[in-house]
Design a protein around this ligand. Structure first.
Ligand code: ADP
Ligand code: MG
Length: 697
């Protein structure tokens, strides 16, 4: 076989030694079908097995290779039985900790033995330690065998060993080793760096970094090789979104030219007037809906700015024009609340609604599905269950997604496919309270237009925030009692103790019991993710109806929940939450003209970052300001938490860390479309797997 033209990299992986149909199948699971795909299957991290680190130079949290002599070995019984093996090398010492060990192992790890180990260094009470390191016993004068380059660790899949991946990538690397048969997709006018690496060299370096490669750079992915590839990856995504946008604009969509009678009726029956911002955003949407190509609009508005009524206005315009509307929320509690709102607004206008959640079963479900399929239901509210295959719409014309930051770009497109009728696609509107930094929006939302509600309903009073240590809990309890006596309702939030719903629920249950003892004359209820749907609904309804004074909750109430009479929010362990999350939670109060307050309780001692976070919460109520400070504090790499990470499926780039590249990426993407359209397809093929079905040229 000849391997000296770029086309050869499109060879199927089965051309490599050791790849039969079983391995090929597993590789396909990783999105790898060709030799080129293998080259672009980039390491997720590196291990440094090139050198032994002296024991006085260990660093907590890093994986390192060490060597030393056993000083002593002991078996101890704490909560469980374990073996501790104390190692030193003349510069320092470390403890190896084993929870599982055989008699033979125990005998092998006796005093005086020399060991070579590799593992993660942790800093414990008694100094540094490694739990279950890989280890090898050494003869007295034996020099341990070290690797020549940093060891690349690949994103793997069940059934494919790291060694297999490494071996296959080695083969792929030798394919283009000498005569650089890999296609350059970024002309110099789009991307220029001074590092002087060719694409081939950059790939070589990433897969097999030489021992003298600066580890810090590699780890933070700031090495020029990584940056070059990150840029290309971001470019590919931007190109795909731009392409998608162009394609979507070519689709037909129902032009909704209803007379707006229904909207007017709704407005006249509301007990408030729209704010100017709400009115402006509504007209932008109505204008979009009148077009004969699909609306793709993101509505951003701080918590409490009144996004729900805008959804209702959009829905009415669609319904009046003869179409169905799907309204989706990320949690059942929120979907339920939207359903009730919509029910009270739309039922008087003789519009039939349907409600669908994943938990609905049997007859109720069949009836709902029938209402949707027959077109009887004008508006369907639900969780993502709305987009299951068995849900068939008669004439879906508009999809509304609330708090969309939990959905990725490609999920968004799937929704659009759902309502396909002939050439036509439904209009789409996405609402979010999470302000999205501009650079992020430029990449992740290139396919969307944006409307911003930059005003709160009149008369809203800023929420007063107090920061109180756990030791002063009794004061908080007293304050709770007072608030209740004055007719206010209260949320008491017990956030993440552990990252487990079961443990959260347990913590909340215990808090509920304690509060019931301490506040015997208050009506206290509990809500958490593990309750049955009907029970959750019942609890929320009694709270809303004012039959419950205090609602103990986990973070399930974080987004969207709207009970205007609630005016005191207590958040326990506030030091554990990020700024955006605190802001969302606090946004559950301050939803009426009553003065509201929020108490952030923390466990001392408070670290510096936590201190700063809490004080920002005290100083401002502005979601955009809070998002900006969040970015500053957490710095590149972590901002917006896990929620945004699903936005795009990135292999090497990071939307936050690499944000300073993003304006350049957007510019490069325009150049691609203007001058090098032939690069579009190869870029997409190289970098996008899941996106391809939508982005196919
Ligand atoms: P968001 O979803 O933007 O956080 P909601 O749509 O839940 O906010 O609205 C918050 C509260 O404000 C609701 O009780 C809603 O009825 C009320 N509201 C919305 N718009 C107005 C307005 N223009 N004037 C007064 N109250 C409003
Ligand atoms: Mg909302």
């Amino acid at each position: 076989m000849s391997l000296d033209s770029p086309a050869d990299l499109k060879l199927p992986v089965t051309a490599l030694r050791g790849v039969g149909s079983r391995v090929a199948e597993k590789l396909r699971g990783l999105g790898i079908e060709t030799v080129q795909d293998l080259l672009f299957h980039l390491p997720s991290r590196y291990e440094d097995r090139t050198r032994i680190v002296p024991l006085d130079s260990l660093r907590h949290g890093e994986r390192m290779a060490i060597e030393g002599r056993i000083e002593s070995t002991e078996i101890i019984h704490r909560r469980r039985r374990m073996m501790l093996c104390h190692l030193s090398d003349g510069t320092g010492s470390i403890t190896l900790r084993f929870f599982h060990f055989s008699q033979q192992q125990r005998r092998g790890l006796s005093r005086g033995m020399r060991l070579h180990c590799y593992g993660e260094v942790r800093s414990g009470f008694g100094g540094f330690e490694m739990v279950h390191p890989e280890y090898q016993r050494l003869m007295d004068d034996e020099v341990p065998q070290m690797e020549e380059s940093l060891t690349a660790i690949y994103p793997a899949t069940e059934g494919i060993h790291q060694l297999t991946l490494r071996n296959l990538i080695d083969q792929a690397l030798t394919f283009f080793d000498k005569n650089t048969a890999i296609e350059e997709l970024m002309p110099a006018e789009m991307f220029h760096d001074d590092s002087g690496f060719t694409l081939a060299e950059a790939l070589q370096h990433l897969h097999r970094p030489p021992p003298d490669t600066p580890m810090e750079l590699m780890k933070t992915r700031q090495h020029p090789c990584q940056r070059r590839l990150a840029f290309e990856e971001l470019l590919a995504h931007n190109v795909s979104l731009r392409l998608m946008r162009k394609r979507i604009q070519r689709y037909a969509a129902p032009a909704m030219s209803g007379s707006m009678d229904l909207c007017r009726k709704l407005l006249s029956q509301l007990n408030f007037d729209l704010t100017d911002a709400q009115a402006r955003v509504s007209s932008e949407i109505i204008e979009d809906l009148r077009q004969s190509h699909p609306m793709m609009r993101l509505v951003q508005g701080d918590v409490g700015s009144g996004k729900t009524v805008i959804a209702a206005i959009a829905a009415l315009q669609a319904i009046e024009s003869g179409y169905q509307v799907a309204f989706m929320a990320p949690t059942e509690i929120l979907a339920e609340q939207h359903f009730r709102n919509m029910d009270s607004w739309l039922t008087p206008l003789d519009i039939e609604l349907a409600w669908l959640s994943g938990k609905q079963k049997g007859k109720a479900r069949r009836q709902t599905l029938y209402k949707i399929e027959s077109g009887k239901a004008g508006l369907v509210v639900g969780t993502h269950a709305l987009f299951q295959e068995e849900v068939v719409f008669d004439k879906l014309g508009l999809v509304i997604v609330d708090e969309q930051h939990r959905f990725g770009v490609y999920q968004r497109l799937k929704l659009m496919e759902k309502g396909t009728q002939g050439d036509a696609r439904p209009h789409q509107m996405i609402m979010t309270a999470t302000p999205i930094p501009r650079t992020l929006a430029m990449t992740a939302y290139t396919d969307l237009d944006t409307s911003i509600i930059d005003e709160l309903p009149p008369g809203r009073q800023p929420i007063t925030t107090a920061i109180i240590p756990e030791e002063r809990r009794s004061e908080v309890i007293e304050r709770t009692q007072q608030a209740c006596t004055q007719g206010h309702q209260i949320y008491w939030v017990c956030p993440l103790i552990e990252d487990s719903e079961a443990l959260q629920a347990q913590a909340a249950t215990e808090t509920e019991a304690a509060l019931k003892r301490q506040l015997p004359n208050l009506k206290i209820r509990l809500i958490h993710g593990r309750l049955k749907s009907a029970e959750k609904e019942q609890v929320m309804q009694s709270f809303k109806a004012g039959d419950v004074d205090l609602l103990v909750a986990t973070t399930v109430i974080e987004v969207g929940v709207d009970v205007p009479n609630a005016s005191l929010m207590i958040i326990e362990n506030a030091e554990r939450l990020g700024l955006s999350q605190l802001h969302q939670l606090r946004g559950r109060v301050g939803r009426s003209n009553e003065k509201s307050s929020c108490v952030l309780m923390y466990k001392s001692p408070l670290g510096n970052t936590a201190k700063e976070r809490l004080s920002i919460m005290r100083k401002t109520n502005d979601g955009f300001e809070i998002a900006r400070r969040d970015l500053e504090i957490r710095g590149p790499g972590e901002v917006l938490g896990t929620r945004q990470t699903g936005v795009l499926d990135l292999r090497i780039a990071d939307l936050i860390r690499d944000q300073e590249m993003i304006p350049k990426v957007a510019k490069a993407s325009r150049i691609v479309f203007d001058k090098y359209p032939q690069l579009i397809e190869p870029l997409l093929h190289r970098w996008l797997k899941h996106g391809l079905q939508f982005a196919e040229v």
